[in-house]
Design a protein around this ligand. Structure first.
Ligand SMILES: [Zn+2]
Length: 709
């Protein structure tokens, strides 16, 4: 599971937590001096580094379309041993080697479009003035940001705005044919004719994941997981692999594409060495095979070896063996998330989109999360959910704050705020799970957002603003931590009920995120947090409640007028906010304040709101535990999808006036080896400043897939 954009993206994070600097966070934590202490009053995009000799770190670089490009730092890299640095470098290469897979999975023509556009840009250089060529480059930048031509959050196709098809054609014709991804025997004009409708026609390949209940989610989705198939055909195919009653079910379909043949049969193309995506996975393997011999310890070596074994065999039982080994590797400083993990990109929640993330433990912040983890049983015992659905023994929660060293595939450039894996319920129950908060990424988004004015615009009072400034950062950190550590880990399924992906279908991920958020929200106002010295007062919880409701308003700015919510985390937030407003209406729990044509959600009764969070949690836990599809659908469809048109328009206008792009993504740090006599003798870390240059470099170095897969 990812705790994604809802917390990292400016639209929400800003509204929730603007004004709280990393320096203040550390003061509240009473930890050691912050490594990049920003002056609380300093300007947003730059941190005032304590050392006079180092220039301040620039957090934000550019904006285009609805996107902002930020940077983040890895603290303490220089203090690592050469062996650790070398390991990180190998893992970086293993991560980037699979980059093309994500593009191909999201849409069969993504690599064709990207390679054509990159050939144009490599030929012409970066545009110096506004115009249609710049529009082409902006379109390519958006594509890099989303790993394809569908928006990373709405999953909707975006068009090359400001670029006419005839200009596109003329620009492509300037490039020599040898540099273009033409098919064998194809002319440049034929290539252009093939690309033009795919890029410019708004009715073709509209959604990469289509969750519209009136469409067939398989045939209507433009992703490349299924070819010539319908939902019914896929479900029928799955019947042959029925795992009902199996205590250790594999993650069926996680690493394959299904293709409907003319004779009505279905071919399964497995992603493995020698199979589909085999050339890219072979490159990943080359680096993984170098990495495990220099692992920090045997548990880590075992996990990396098991991952390599899985890529060689494509056997999902090997994937489970890998996950078990990975969960056991919890003493290492370095960790890796790599491969086909999350299923958000598949309307049936089965197939995993390629992603990779290299992490380094953050020992200071980990202390806070450990405290929560150690109390997991207390939280479970005191939860409002029905006793029958509580875990008697919460197993193996391994919670940490990490620093991301680099990320690739579906984890970048837009990055999550936290990750909780593995996803298989039986492994989580039997062997435990790992939950990480991505500390340096969250810190960077915050640092970049201090001046935006979103908090002042959407908070109803100066009191709310002050509360957010004083406690917002800690509230956010705790929300993320508790969501991951005690949220996803809480509760159990009734006997014989299968995983949410099989019982609740595409409602599963929305409700799972809602459940985890509700556990966190419920406890954020619990005096127990004061006893545990996690918070100085319940003002932290109140700040969290204010910001959660405010965030439900602000996130509307990220969705175009007239469109419903598609993304699981956004649906979850909308669902919770809408439900508590409705249920708390008669008690005046939340006031909908209209002032000067502006709408505010103001929390009036904090303890009552806490009670409502508990009630909704109880309902959702029951739905998950019993696999109650009808209730899941009713809850999500009636509270989490539709937006009030007038309010939606108002929010977009207010947000637009602030001129803050609603989504943020990151340029990745770059590990550069110093090689002598074929040995890595040192590794430097660099922080590139040019988003386009980084993406062009990636494409030049890590294009390991054919254009058609
Ligand atoms: Zn989550």
């Amino acid at each position: 599971m990812r705790l994604a954009q809802s917390l990292v993206c400016p639209a929400v994070a800003l509204a929730l937590f603007a004004g709280c600097s990393p320096a203040r966070r550390n003061a509240v934590d009473a930890g050691p001096a912050p490594k990049n202490a920003g002056d609380a009053g300093a300007s947003s995009a730059v941190s005032a580094d304590a050392s006079a000799s180092t220039p301040p770190f620039v957090y934000s670089t550019e904006s285009f379309a609805d996107l902002r490009i930020l940077r983040y730092q890895v603290h303490g890299f220089d203090a690592l041993t050469l062996k650790q640095k070398t390991l990180l470098y190998y893992l970086q290469e293993a991560s980037l080697s699979g980059r093309d897979i994500t593009y191909d999975q999201k849409f069969a023509h993504n690599l064709l479009i990207r390679r054509t556009l990159e050939a144009v840009v490599n030929h012409k250089g970066m545009p110096r003035e506004p115009g249609e060529y710049r529009a082409l480059v902006t379109y390519l930048k958006r594509m890099w940001f989303s790993n394809g031509i569908h928006h990373h959050a709405s999953n909707r196709k975006f068009l090359p705005e400001g670029l006419r098809p005839e200009t596109f054609a003329a620009l492509v014709r300037e490039v020599s044919i040898g540099k273009l991804p033409v098919a064998p025997g194809e002319t440049v004009d034929q290539l252009i004719a093939r690309l033009t409708p795919i890029m410019f026609d708004p009715t073709i390949a509209v959604q990469t994941v289509d969750k519209d209940a009136s469409h067939d989610p398989v045939s209507a989705s433009a992703n490349h997981f299924y070819v010539n198939l319908t939902r019914a055909a896929v479900l029928d195919f799955n019947k042959a692999h029925d795992q009902k009653g199996d205590p250790t079910p594999i993650s069926l379909g996680l690493n394959s594409q299904l293709v409907g043949k003319k004779d009505g049969s279905i071919e399964e193309r497995v992603w493995k060495l020698g199979g589909m995506y085999g050339t890219a996975l072979g490159e990943c393997l080359r680096w993984l095979d170098r990495a495990w011999p220099i692992a920090e310890n045997e548990a880590q070596a075992e996990a990396l070896r098991r991952l390599a074994t899985f890529y060689r065999s494509g056997d999902l039982e090997d994937f489970d063996r890998y996950n078990v080994a990975w969960v056991k590797d919890n003493e290492s400083s370095i960790d890796l998330i790599h491969g086909f993990i999350e299923t958000y990109g598949d309307p049936l929640n089965m197939r995993g989109t390629y992603e990779a993330m290299v992490e380094l433990n953050d020992t200071v912040a980990t202390r806070r999360i450990r405290t929560i983890s150690e109390q997991a049983q207390w939280f479970e015992d005191n939860s409002p959910i029905a006793k029958a659905f509580k875990k008697e023994k919460v197993v193996g929660i391994n919670a940490r704050v990490v620093q991301v060293v680099m990320a690739a595939g579906d984890s970048a450039p837009a990055m999550p705020g936290g990750v909780n894996l593995p996803n298989a319920d039986w492994i989580r129950t039997t062997h435990g799970s790992k939950s990480v908060t991505l500390g340096n990424v969250l810190e960077a988004s915050e640092a970049a957002q201090q001046d935006s004015g979103v908090l002042e615009e959407f908070a109803a009072s100066t009191r709310e603003v002050e509360r957010a400034r004083s406690y917002g950062t800690l509230a956010r950190a705790l929300l993320v931590d508790m969501h991951e550590v005690i949220g996803h880990a809480s509760g159990k399924l009734s006997e014989g009920v299968q995983d949410v992906s099989s019982t609740l279908g595409h409602y599963g991920s929305t409700l799972e995120e809602a459940r985890a958020d509700l556990v966190a929200l419920y406890y954020l106002l619990d005096p127990r947090l004061i006893e545990l010295k996690l918070v100085p007062s319940l003002e932290v919880g109140r700040a969290a409640y204010d910001s959660f409701m405010r965030g439900a308003l602000v996130q509307m700015a990220r969705v175009p007028v007239g469109q419903p919510l598609e993304e699981a985390h956004m649906r979850n937030r909308q669902l919770i906010a809408h439900w508590v407003m409705q249920e708390g209406a008669s008690d005046g729990v939340i006031e909908r304040l209209e002032r000067g044509g502006k709408t505010f959600f103001v929390v009036r009764e904090y303890p009552k709101l806490r009670k409502l969070f508990g009630e909704l949690l109880t309902q959702i836990q029951r739905i998950k535990s019993e696999g109650d599809f009808e209730s899941a659908r009713d809850l999500v469809d009636s509270h989490g999808v539709k937006l009030e048109p007038e309010l939606h328009k108002q929010i977009i206008e207010r947000y637009r006036a602030l001129r803050v792009a609603p989504y943020a993504g990151f340029i990745q740090p770059r590990l550069i080896p110093v090689i002598k006599d074929e040995q890595v003798v040192d590794v430097h870390i660099e922080y590139p400043t040019d988003f386009a240059a980084q993406q062009l470099e990636y494409s030049a170095k890590y294009s390991f897939l054919p254009t058609v897969n």
